[in-house]
Design a protein around this ligand. Structure first.
Ligand SMILES: Nc1ncnc2c1ncn2[C@@H]1O[C@H](COP(=O)(O)OP(=O)(O)OP(=O)(O)O)[C@@H](O)[C@H]1O
Ligand SMILES: [Mg+2]
Length: 318
């Protein structure tokens, strides 16, 4: 439903997006990740026709955004960065205006506006002027505007930015509900959001695509994927711990730290191999008195830093 081929964008001599290609199918929720200034919003602006790329194409539901912009845009719901809206309109007035722009008849308009307000829980504020609304409600108005025409393609630039935890949850549920028969791209800095709603993740940094795969594959790249943490109180720390553990096949590194009087060992596994069961066995055999034992799937934060930090160090992008 979305096909992006070799998209590039330059501002003067500065390359903001550098030869990015990917596709998004129906049923996919693509999490678009990357550090500040990576080129996420710029890419979204090119897909939705707000910026003309210096090279490459974006095709939405078989319509090239440059050649058939009106047809392509009919199929797109877009929540731009910061969710800009006409602040002096009422919520209902603004959504009716959007429905007019989208060419709805009077009857269709009523149904579309009501449905969008219902999905985003805006009915209680529908007669309020948008500038009097809180940040979270303003964002919901932006989301209502994006989904008003029930588009097959949704592009949302940080849809949950600035929302309280309840509202974040609601917006994520709404996206999940809509996902079945749409192709959705969301950009986010919240890595838990990727786990919660995305079927796929793309990481870009300095305008270049660095990763494209499932959230599980992304986690699998984390240095702490399948790592095991074992904690001891100082009196129970076994003298032979490190030497015994080192002898186990599949362990690449042992890290140690002390916190509030407890000693925590993190045992990293070679190439993310599963080591938890063997370690548990050894603990039983040795009769060690362990305070805490758990295995980690890997932190998305860790892999995000691993993948993007080398890029960031090359130059500061604002
Ligand atoms: N109109 C513009 N003129 C000049 N430079 C621009 C313009 N728009 C974006 N840029 C630059 O392009 C780069 C990419 O910006 P973009 O807004 O796409 O980043 P982003 O990944 O969305 O970042 P963030 O996470 O902060 O929203 C930045 O260095 C930005 O300063
Ligand atoms: Mg942005």
């Amino acid at each position: 439903m979305i096909e992006i081929k070799h998209l590039s964008m330059k501002f003067g001599s500065f390359t903001a997006v550098d030869d990015v290609s990917f596709q998004v199918q129906k049923g996919e929720v693509l999490g678009f990740l990357g550090p500040n200034g990576a080129g996420k919003s710029t890419t979204m602006k090119m897909i939705t026709g707000f910026l003309t790329p210096v090279s490459g194409t974006a095709i939405v539901c078989d319509f090239d955004i440059a050649e058939n912009p009106i047809e392509a845009k009919k199929n797109i719901g877009y929540l731009p960065e910061g969710a800009p809206v006409y602040a002096d309109m009422t919520v209902q007035g603004f959504l009716e205006f959007i429905a007019d722009v989208r060419g709805y008849s009077k009857e269709e308009k009523q149904v579309a506006v009501e449905t969008a307000m219902e999905k985003t829980h805006l009915q209680e504020v529908k007669n309020k002027s948008i500038d009097t609304l809180s940040k979270g409600f303003k964002r919901r108005v932006g989301i209502a505007q994006a989904i008003l025409h029930d588009p097959p393609v949704l592009i949302m630039d940080e849809p949950t930015d600035g929302l309280d935890p309840n509202q974040k949850f609601e917006v994520r549920e709404l996206i999940k509900k809509m996902a079945k028969d749409k192709a959705i791209i969301i950009s986010t800095h919240i890595l838990e959001e990727v786990e919660a709603i995305c079927t796929r993740a793309i990481i870009i940094a300095q305008g270049k695509k660095l990763f494209d795969g499932s959230p599980a594959e992304l986690q699998g790249k984390a240095e702490d994927h399948n790592a095991v943490q074992v904690s001891f109180s100082p009196s129970n720390r076994p003298a032979n711990f490190e030497s015994t553990i080192k002898a186990i096949e599949g362990i690449s590194e042992i890290k140690q730290r002390e916190e509030n009087g407890t000693i925590h060992y993190t045992l990293l596994s070679k190439e993310g191999r599963s080591i938890a069961q063997r370690i548990n066995q050894v603990i039983q055999e040795q009769n060690w008195k362990v305070d805490e034992l758990f295995s980690s799937k890997g932190q998305l934060d860790t892999v995000f830093r691993q993948l993007t930090q080398s890029g960031e160090q090359k130059g500061v992008r604002t």
